[in-house]
Design a protein around this ligand. Structure first.
Ligand SMILES: Nc1nc2c(ncn2[C@@H]2O[C@H](COP(=O)(O)OP(=O)(O)O)[C@@H](O)[C@H]2O)c(=O)[nH]1
Ligand SMILES: [Mg+2]
Length: 307
């Protein structure tokens, strides 16, 4: 329940700026002429994606007709259920990473500023709190500050960070870290990477190489390629997701900065486009601000306007 309260609080921006409008539409006691157009518009404005907006309006129209529903208010629960079902249709949605094969490697990918290092730190802190053995790898060797940032997170949770000098081969760092994690019988190895947009070709090659090395060492069962996406970017993060997925097979998503976004629908867009589960959402900058993503709670929190 505490988690739900926090989610509700963190979704304040989304509610005030986006879902309040939708909720208002569904609070009406009669269908006015513009209801369906307004609903479609609001869904698109909230970054749920064009397809979802159109299909949802179509679906609700049919439901209203076949169930002889006379007001938007009576449709609200059907709408909320549709969002939940849509998200739950993606296998693994909202489930934590499976630790049945260890060391589990979490390869953190994403553009600069999306929250990779922060999410790596949060995950480390979470696993340490669960009594797991964790190692982190500083494979963002592009900037010295990046290694320092990860080391600070490591010190906070008492987690060892494997690093080499600035400019070192990121794949070599990842390989060293894998060996260390194997030797130490770690449960989790979290690999932080660089994400420079201005240098797309190098980024692609670098990421491919890190992925190749880790896949070779850890195998499919022990490798999660985690795409870290900034929820604030809305439809742009959907495009990013597709780009990254064409470079390496993305197996999980962490959606960050949900506390800062005004549009909540991007999670639906991404889930549908990639059919990849959102495992966690970032709700702030602190170590504890990482939550599992529960579609049911999410849909409910979205539609709770007056709290
Ligand atoms: N409000 C908020 N800020 C976040 C979240 N995740 C990351 N940040 C901030 O976003 C900025 C970039 O994060 P960083 O982890 O350095 O991104 P990276 O370049 O992908 O490693 C930092 O200022 C973080 O504190 C989040 O869930 N909520
Ligand atoms: Mg970083």
């Amino acid at each position: 329940m505490a988690i739900f309260a926090k989610l509700r609080e963190s979704l304040k921006g989304v509610r005030e700026k986006w879902s309040a409008g939708i909720s208002r539409l569904f609070s009406s006691s009669k269908f006015d002429a513009d209801f369906w157009d307004n609903l479609e518009e609001q869904l698109i404005a909230g970054d749920t994606g064009l397809d979802f907006a159109e299909e949802t309006v179509e679906f609700l129209r049919k439901e209203a007709k076949s169930r002889n529903i006379k007001s938007p208010a009576e449709l609200k629960d059907i709408f909320t259920a549709r969002i939940t079902n849509e998200l739950n249709a993606v296998p693994g949605m909202g489930e934590p990473f499976s630790l049945s094969h260890t060391p589990l490697v979490l390869l953190m990918a994403g553009v600069n500023g999306s929250g990779k290092t922060t999410s790596a730190g949060k995950l480390a802190s979470m696993y340490v709190a669960q009594g797991k053995r964790v190692i982190m790898a500083a494979s963002d060797t592009f900037r010295a500050a990046a290694v320092e940032q990860l080391k600070i997170w490591g010190e906070r949770s008492n987690v060892r960070v494997i690093a080499q000098g600035q400019g070192a081969d990121p794949a070599a760092v990842a390989f060293d870290a894998w060996k260390a994690a194997e030797t130490a019988k770690s449960d989790v190895l979290i690999v932080d990477t660089a994400g420079r947009l201005h240098d797309k070709h190098n980024l692609m090659e670098e990421l491919r190489k890190i992925h190749r090395v880790l896949l070779r060492e850890a195998g499919n069962d022990r490798l999660e390629t985690v795409l870290v996406l900034d929820a604030v970017l809305g439809q742009n993060s959907v495009a990013q997701a597709e780009t990254f997925n064409s470079i390496i097979p993305v197996t999980s998503i962490i959606l960050t900065k949900y506390d800062n976004t005004a549009k909540g629908g991007v999670v639906i867009s991404i889930a549908r486009k990639l059919n990849v589960p959102v495992r966690y959402i970032g709700l702030g900058e602190g170590a504890d601000d990482l939550n599992t993503f529960n579609p049911q709670d999410f849909a409910s929190a979205l539609m709770e306007v007056n709290s």
